[in-house]
Write a protein that binds this ligand. Structure first.
Ligand code: UDP
Length: 460
């Protein structure tokens, strides 16, 4: 670990698992570079300070009620979080900024916290942005309005297979739709995010040059700001888990007993949910595949049902013979396990990157938002996975699993996945693109001292 540099960074994650993880990983990376870390967080999904004893945690009272946060409309929820957090965040930031001990060198916020732009300016604190998704999907989000104007959105059934000329190889069905009763709020969130990036002191991305070079180079042309692709974050530092649910470690000893590359790991992240009939079809597909499986069924991952009792009876026999179900897994450890030969995923960006980092081929089942863009790139650009097109059907599921675990063609996909893993490894080694970008980021933050207002300058 580098020497402490007496500079403090304040980080503010959006309170969802897929945003908390990369922000805490980034905090660990910067802590390793000598920075002191303060995490501001909402009461909703507050991180566990005991897992990160070297960070300071400060809550901002968000005032969000249980009934408000239990909505399944993510756009409405995110807009509400932005609205409720603005005042308490400003109060907390001012308090922190006036602390005589270690002033704030830089604030790093999640890109979805659009309101922080004005607040940081008023408080005289320099603000950088972490975008937790990929560079390619960020470019698509930035063109949302244009895609609407050109008639791609809202998506029409008859145009699903049409190419999106502006973003090859995306088809209309890959555009990042989110079901919401508030489409205007979605547009507002996205335009606030893009304006917030444009006006920031720099953007940090959890990606790497060899993975998304075309999108990164276009972003650099389109936005006259510093961009730091320093991922994959989780491989840069051994950060403690930021899991909001308890990780079931028993799946690791279960994996220890399985043959190399024999298991399909099934997890659809922290938010996506399936219907009861899709749930049954997944179970039957797993049973029909005849392959060992580790399946994460978290509370809330089946619409209208919390229970595992709904599993079809013929599946239970397969479960006893060669399957394991857990409510939450230590996913990075699972993907790094030699027994795991395929990952059936919803293609959230963290899951996608974690799979790429371990060279595990994917079965792609994107549900909403950037997952659809990520999935298309996994199957058609990086070619390290198969797309489960056109709905969930037990026969197709079993076929896809067997293709990646048993049949001859698995070799080619595995070979490409191994090559991409090597690129992910090498970008982090000394002289690699993410390694150099992280040096650049640390220098950029330190150089920001001259931009910091008030008492901060005296600490330099
Ligand atoms: N995750 C985990 N255990 C699980 C399922 C998921 O630790 O059983 C982690 C996973 O490693 C990833 C995050 O939760 O870091 C999910 O983020 P992602 O972007 O993939 O999807 P989201 O949950 O945002 O849809």
């Amino acid at each position: 670990m580098n020497q402490r540099n007496n500079r403090r960074l304040v980080l503010f994650p959006v309170p969802f698992q897929g945003h908390i993880n990369p922000m805490l990983q980034l905090a660990q990376i910067l802590h390793n570079r000598g920075f002191s870390i303060t995490i501001l967080h909402t009461d909703l999904n507050a991180p566990d300070p005991s897992s990160h004893p070297h960070f300071a945690f400060r809550s901002i009272g968000d005032g969000l009620g249980q009934s408000e946060v239990s909505t399944s409309d993510l756009v409405r929820l995110m807009a509400l979080i932005n609205a409720r957090c603005a005042a308490p965040f400003e109060e907390r930031l001012r308090e922190e900024a006036s602390s005589p001990d270690t002033p704030i060198t830089c604030l790093i916020v999640d890109a979805l916290f659009g309101f922080t732009r004005d607040v940081a300016e008023r408080a005289g604190v320099r603000r950088m942005v972490l975008r937790t998704g990929g560079a390619t999907s960020l470019r698509v989000f930035a063109r949302f309005r244009l895609l609407r104007e050109r008639g791609y959105l809202p998506i029409e059934e008859c145009r699903l297979e049409d190419p999106v000329a502006e973003f090859p190889p995306l088809q209309v069905k890959d555009l990042p739709g989110i079901n919401t009763a508030e489409p205007k709020q979605l547009d507002q969130l996205l335009s606030d995010m893009i304006e917030g990036l444009r006006d920031s002191a720099g953007v940090i991305l959890n990606t790497f040059e060899d993975l998304e070079q075309p999108a990164l180079s276009l972003l650099r042309q389109e936005y006259p700001i510093a961009i730091f692709p320093i991922g994959p974050f989780h491989k840069c530092s051994s950060s403690s888990s930021g899991s909001l649910l308890a990780e079931d470690q028993s799946c690791i000893s279960w994996l220890d007993k399985q043959a190399p590359n024999s298991v399909v790991y099934v997890s659809f992240g922290s938010i996506a949910a399936v219907s009861e009939s899709e749930y049954s079809e997944i179970a039957l597909g797993l049973a029909d595949s005849q392959q060992p499986f580790l399946w994460v069924v978290r509370p809330g991952s089946v619409h209208g049902s919390e229970a595992l009792e709904k599993l079809p009876s013929c599946f239970l026999a397969a479960l006893e013979e060669r399957g394991k179900i857990v409510t939450w897994a230590p996913q990075q450890e699972v993907l790094a396990h030699r027994a795991v030969g395929a990952f059936w995923t919803h293609n959230g960006w963290n899951s996608t990157l974690e799979s790429i980092s371990e060279g595990v081929p994917m079965i792609c089942m994107p549900c909403f938002s950037d997952q659809k863009v990520n999935a298309r790139f996994v199957s058609d650009v990086w070619r390290v996975g198969l797309h489960l097109n056109n709905g969930l059907e037990r026969r197709k599921i079993a076929e896809a699993i067997r293709k990646l675990l048993v049949e001859k063609e698995r070799e080619e996909v595995r070979e490409r996945a191994a090559q991409l893993k090597e690129k992910a490894d090498s970008c982090l080694r000394q002289g690699g693109s993410s390694f150099r970008s992280l040096d650049g980021l640390a220098n950029h933050i330190l150089a920001s001292e001259s931009f910091v207002f008030g008492s901060n300058e005296s600490s330099a």
